[in-house]
Design a protein around this ligand. Structure first.
Ligand code: ATP
Ligand code: MG
Length: 422
């Protein structure tokens, strides 16, 4: 029997990996531009971490985690998100106490969901977090980082939705009113919503079940329960976005379900990806570090789904830095083979940006040129024993960019550098 990949877990083939490399390179550059440092984390953590960080009464923990016992009897899980691990590591290494900490992180995360376009069981996130800054300027910075990323990737058409969950007292007042309202409509709610109604009523607002969504339409809005501090924080976030010219809409239904989320929540959404339209989601979680046993430290951040971003880049046909070969070096004859071997290394030494394939496995000129064409190269270089003896190389365009010509080997690096803009 053929062994196939696990459902919902995808391979990225070499022809498609340019976009991934491009996203990673641009993202790393953007995050560094704001002074964020990369944290690299294990994929596996203790299950308890996610129960506490994501919350026991959530889809992720109740239904979606890949959890197992290892051979030593430890309860472990494949991470379903990155923030929990970032905070775990931050506490463990003592880098969150009494200091500002700007961190980013990336890698695969795992959720046992129903696979469909834009929704997978292994997917990848980019995660950005700012700890120890309680003021709204950190919220603005986090949102601006995503906006900068769209700009540098050449993407458009996002809508930024924002909302505020307010301070803890504001939330408590809203929570009581929300539970009252939901209890009145209990019969019409789906089973998950009924179960979560008392433990985690905000999550009900987040429901994707149509019947429950209909009830949620009439639910009391958090915006009506905000105290002065909540309003001031939200106003400052809005003012910061306006100062940067970042357009937003307020979506009062936007929530993150858990008690330690406060103040700003936001999503970058697109209507170009069908049902899976949220590419990036985040907010402020001032209680989370404490909840995980750390010092009282504020946090604000976002998680971005790389697969959805790459799907959207394809829809918008944004140009991607290619990692395809630019040059294919054909060679015939014993002496030419040796000269070409040395030349290929010399060119790579001289032109670090050059992507050159040296023909291997012999073959006729015709078959070598076919390989050259197939690998996507723009130029073929040809060395037979005549060229080898004359210190020359034939340069042939594979994409109709001018006539073939002969170039001195000593001139070749300069010629390639000019033609390929290296
Ligand atoms: P959704 O409402 O789409 O399920 P979520 O609220 O569960 O999203 P988060 O936990 O906020 O998502 O994760 C951050 C981002 O990761 C999402 O905005 C989305 O872009 C991406 N994402 C979430 N789940 C998946 C998945 N199963 N497959 C691919 N990308 C995903
Ligand atoms: Mg989800």
């Amino acid at each position: 029997m053929k062994i196939q990949s696990v459902r919902g877990m995808n391979d990225v083939l070499p022809a498609d990996s340019s976009a991934w490399q491009h996203v990673h390179a641009v993202a790393a550059q953007v995050f560094a531009a704001y002074g964020y440092g990369e944290l690299r984390l294990p994929v596996v953590e203790r299950t308890e971490l996610f129960k506490r960080a994501v919350g026991e009464v959530t889809d992720v923990v109740e239904k979606e985690m890949y959890s197992f016992e290892d051979r030593g009897g430890e309860r472990l899980s494949l991470r379903p998100e990155l923030t929990a691990g970032v905070i775990r590591a931050g506490i463990e290494h003592g880098i969150l106490f009494n200091q500002q900490q700007r961190i980013w992180c990336t890698g695969p995360v795992f959720r046992y969901e129903r696979p469909q376009a834009g929704r997978y069981r292994q997917f990848h996130q980019l995660d950005v977090e700012a700890f120890g800054i309680a003021t709204p300027d950190a919220d603005v910075e986090i949102i601006a980082i995503a906006a900068q990323l769209w700009k540098r990737l050449g993407m458009s058409g996002f809508q930024l939705q924002i909302n505020t969950l307010g301070t803890l007292p504001s939330r408590a007042a809203h929570r009581a009113a929300l539970i009252d309202y939901l209890v009145q409509h209990e019969a019409a709610l789906d089973e998950d919503a009924r179960r979560r109604l008392h433990a985690n009523p905000l999550r009900v607002l987040d429901s994707k079940v149509p019947a429950t969504q209909a009830i949620v339409e009439g639910a009391p809005s958090l915006l009506d329960y905000l105290d002065e501090a909540s309003i001031a924080h939200f106003d400052a976030v809005k003012a910061g976005l306006e100062a940067l010219g970042i357009a937003y809409v307020i979506n009062p239904r936007l929530v993150r379900g858990l008690d330690y989320y406060t103040h700003t929540v936001f999503e970058w959404v697109t209507d170009q990806l069908g049902a899976q339209g949220t590419v990036c989601a985040g907010g402020r979680y001032d209680g989370l570090v404490e909840q995980l046993g750390g010092p009282k430290t504020t946090g604000v951040g976002f998680g971005l789904g790389i697969e959805r971003l790459i799907l959207l880049m394809a829809v918008q046909q944004v140009p991607v830095v290619s990692n395809q070969p630019q040059v294919y070096l054909c060679r015939f004859g014993t002496e030419a083979e040796r000269v070409a071997l040395q030349l290929s290394e010399t060119l790579r030494d001289q032109l670090p940006g050059l992507r050159l394939v040296l023909n291997a496995g012999g073959g006729s000129l015709k078959s070598q040129l076919k390989r050259a064409d197939g690998c996507g190269a723009r130029l073929a270089l040809i060395i037979g024993d005549d060229e080898a003896a004359a210190g020359a190389v034939q340069v042939k365009s594979l994409r109709g960019e001018g006539e073939a010509f002969t170039c001195a080997r000593t001139e070749l690096a300069a010629e390639l550098s000019r033609r390929l803009a290296l």
